[in-house]
Design a protein around this ligand. Sequence first.
Ligand code: ADP
Ligand code: ADP
Length: 208
Amino acid sequence: MGSIVLFGPPGAGKGTQAQRIMEHTGLPQVSTGDMLRAAVKEGSPIGLEAKSYMDRGALVPDDVILGLIEDRITHADAVNGVMFDGFPRTIPQAEALQNLTEITHVLAIDVPDERIVERICGRSTCGTCGTVYHDTFNPVPPSGCSCGSYVEKRRKDDNADTVLTRLSAYHDQTSPLADWYDAIGLFHPVNGDRDIAEITEDLLELLN
Ligand code: ADP
Ligand code: ADP
């Protein structure tokens, strides 16, 4: 089996779906956003370089991202492929990826712009296990997170202003990848403006 790309605008539900389909594919989720946030927290040189871009909602330069990916896919758990979440986001990133690993599916979660702000502004994650929640659409159960020790985490860039910059970066730099992947027969769009479980069903069907 090769690798899968989860594609879509910020807040489309890529991470949410990755967590759900991981149980079926066994492929690890590789989120460049999560890797960058870990680098920022650590204060590593990559983190220091990435922070100003992330804080304003701009894309981090391709060479930084590709360095992270080249290292990540050498880890033992990536031997059968991975599920990329939030990568690639530019045509040069996609071109470089073709030389690194085989991509079998690009699963695109389509969500209209007017839904994105409400999704992102209501997002939280459990700081212990990373489960993604939404204040309205996917709330933390009254009994707490299934991991047993819920710690609420909210991202600094999940605010209404930065979302608009992130959306315009998506339209300018990332959305051209849809045609690029379609031209090589890998692109599979699904309607992401539905219940989380219905989307998961469609994605699993595409992977069968
Ligand atoms: P991404 O990884 O694409 O940025 P997330 O998976 O973090 O997106 O989802 C963004 C927010 O939207 C989260 O709060 C999540 O709970 C919520 N969400 C995800 N999928 C749906 C859906 N189908 N309907 C409503 N809310 C959703
Ligand atoms: P979301 O999908 O919710 O927008 P991510 O966690 O994927 O958020 O990304 C957060 C930020 O990290 C982006 O706004 C961008 O600054 C940076 N980033 C993540 N992945 C990439 C990438 N592949 N290329 C460039 N920048 C990236």
